[in-house]
Write a protein that binds this ligand. Structure first.
Ligand SMILES: Nc1ncnc2c1ncn2[C@@H]1O[C@H](COP(=O)(O)OP(=O)(O)OP(=O)(O)O)[C@@H](O)[C@H]1O
Length: 560
């Protein structure tokens, strides 16, 4: 018999919560929400694993809000009742937004404060003195406020959530979290949420949970192939640039795309390379100030940018190109290079809800299976479709095997299919790519990196001051401007017709500066880009082209 999914209105939720959920356009709970919400409302401790993008935030957010609303009916002093611990500032910001959306109709009754950002403790003290009902923060920030007695939880805390639990220890928060627990009352309800399970989650479980209900939902950690198409293509360093140029410039990849690289330097290398061809992209990495990072993500979600070049978590080393065959444990230390400290509470591949991402491209292959899952999990979120394409150099083949083995599990076929692309057809572009690469020198990368940081520090001051008051001004603040106009060669911006492979003539329409400007003008904030909609209808060439030798020996691009 078909399983009837429990509906939100059948869960005994407050009307104000139901209205907020309806405003978000959620017609029914996701699987994790259906399971977690009733158990959480029943007072159970929970350990929940569900795949990326499956709606874990609301699965704890809704019961936390419901329980606070219920307990507020028996008039009690204003107090901090729930603490949500997250591993990164980006996630803190995002959880706060989600909690505010869910409390839109009861914002007077339930206040939510995010204390993740690294301003002076004294600046946040007044917020905490008002005892917001829900506090969101990284372990180190929460502990600092507890030690400073800006926050007192011993008598008031009713619920503790640890989101992205698998990351808390690997981000170096073990001792902070243990110390934090000494400030909590003896009895409270706890939730541990995670997309992956590892030993650290097991340790946390023993530390935090009492007789928990353990929910391991969906065998696979990523959506199946009807929702998420995964491809890999073997290509060496120069070919990576050649291929990414072709995919983006000929618009073979449609819709919003996240490109993951292995180091901060490579962010700028790739950005400068694309800049030469008039392909604008934002970079996102741990050196940028948190306000800028959150603004970039917010604008990307509103459709301002098509491409973000990101490093993932702070733990990546500066030597991405080095061979690495075993998925080692992720390093915990903040990286320092050239005296620049990176933010150890940074992470974009974990938990951040980039919306309507059509494609994830692993320009550099991730160093661990977990990292692969989290990166790829930025697309195909909720019920949306998505595509992931990984470039794999010979030094990265070992990592590809590890990922394939982990994702294949008991099945016979790996979910990663070879992306069959006839590289010889795009040989004509190689000369242009080399020409562009010649300008992307070490010095140019260094200068771009410095310029961007300076620029973003200025931006972040503006963001601090004006975010609340002048949202319109902020719409004008862009993060994808050319970083090194001096090295840009104007002739590279257009694609001469004779270079377009025969198979693609008349099919692709290269991105030109004029088209880019028109797109910018047409695209109002907050609207999902039309190309993504096309993508939903299955017109993404990344999915539908077999531009290849392989089965299609004629070398023609054919639509399947
Ligand atoms: N019931 C629902 N119906 C439709 N969309 C939903 C529902 N619940 C959540 N979403 C949307 O699904 C997306 C993913 O949610 P969320 O960020 O909570 O996922 P997650 O499981 O925490 O992912 P990750 O493990 O990557 O952090 C969000 O854009 C959210 O708004």
């Amino acid at each position: 018999m078909a399983h009837e999914r429990l509906q939100f209105h059948e869960m005994g939720l407050d009307d104000r919560l139901l209205k907020a959920v309806a405003d978000l356009g959620w017609s029914k709970p996701t699987l994790i929400q259906e399971k977690v919400i009733p158990l959480a409302l029943d007072g159970k401790d929970l350990l929940a694993r569900a795949r990326t993008g499956s709606g874990k935030t609301a699965s704890y957010g809704i019961p936390v809000i419901q329980r606070i609303l219920a307990s507020k009916q028996n008039v009690r002093e204003q107090d901090v009742r729930a603490l949500i611990v997250v591993p990164t500032k980006e996630l803190g910001h995002q959880v706060q937004i989600m909690m505010r959306q869910l409390t839109a109709y009861c914002s007077r009754d339930i206040r939510v404060a995010d204390i993740s950002s690294k301003v002076d403790l004294s600046t946040q003290r007044p917020i905490l003195m008002e005892k917001p009902d829900v506090v969101v923060g990284t372990p180190s920030r929460v502990l600092a406020h507890l030690n400073a007695q800006n926050l007192v939880l011993r008598s008031s805390l009713e619920m503790l959530v640890v989101d992205e639990a698998d990351l808390i220890f690997s981000f170096g928060f073990e001792s902070d979290l243990k110390n934090l627990l000494c400030h909590l009352p003896n009895i409270y309800q706890s939730f541990l949420m995670s997309a992956t399970f590892n030993e650290d989650v097991q340790t946390l479980k023993e530390l935090l949970l009492h007789n928990p209900v353990i929910l391991k939902l969906q065998g696979s950690q990523l959506p199946d192939s009807s929702q998420l198409q995964q491809y890999s293509i073997k290509c060496e360093e120069e070919d990576k640039f050649l291929l990414v140029y072709t995919l983006l410039k000929l618009c073979l990849v449609k819709g919003k795309t996240l490109l993951f690289v292995g180091t901060v330097d490579r962010c700028y290398r790739l950005k400068l390379f694309l800049e030469q061809f008039g392909i604008p992209a934002c970079v996102l990495n741990s050196e940028l100030p948190v306000q800028s990072r959150c603004h970039i993500i917010a604008q990307f979600n509103q459709g301002f940018y098509d491409y973000i070049i990101a490093t993932d978590e702070q733990s990546l080393t500066e030597t991405a190109a080095e061979p690495q065959t075993t998925a080692g444990k992720e390093k915990k230390k903040t990286q320092k290079k050239g005296g620049k400290a990176k933010d150890k509470e940074y992470g974009v591949s974990r938990g951040v809800d980039f919306q309507n991402v059509a494609n994830v491209i692993n320009f550099d292959f991730p160093k661990t299976v977990e990292s692969y899952i989290h990166r790829v999990g930025r697309t195909a979120r909720a019920d949306n479709p998505g595509t992931a394409l990984s470039f794999v150099s010979h030094t990265e083949l070992g990592l590809l095997s590890e990922v394939e083995e982990a994702l294949t599990g008991d099945e016979t076929n790996s979910p990663l299919k070879p992306y069959e692309f006839k590289m010889e057809q795009i040989e004509g572009f190689r000369y242009r790519c080399r020409d562009a690469m010649r300008s992307v020198t070490k010095q140019a990368v260094k200068e771009a990196r410095l310029k961007e940081i300076k620029q973003e520090l200025l931006n972040s001051e503006k963001l601090k001051t004006y975010f609340e008051d002048n949202p319109r001004d902020l719409q004008l603040l862009r993060h994808d401007k050319d970083l090194h106009p001096a090295v840009v060669k104007p002739h590279l911006k257009n694609v001469p017709e004779y270079l377009i492979p025969e198979a693609l003539k008349g099919v692709v329409h290269p991105l030109t500066s004029r088209r880019r400007r028109r797109k910018e003008i047409q695209r109002p904030g907050g609207v999902i880009k039309s190309s993504f909609k096309k993508n939903i209808q299955g017109k993404n060439p990344l999915k539908s082209f077999q531009y290849t030798g392989g089965k299609n020996r004629k070398g023609k691009a054919s639509q399947s």
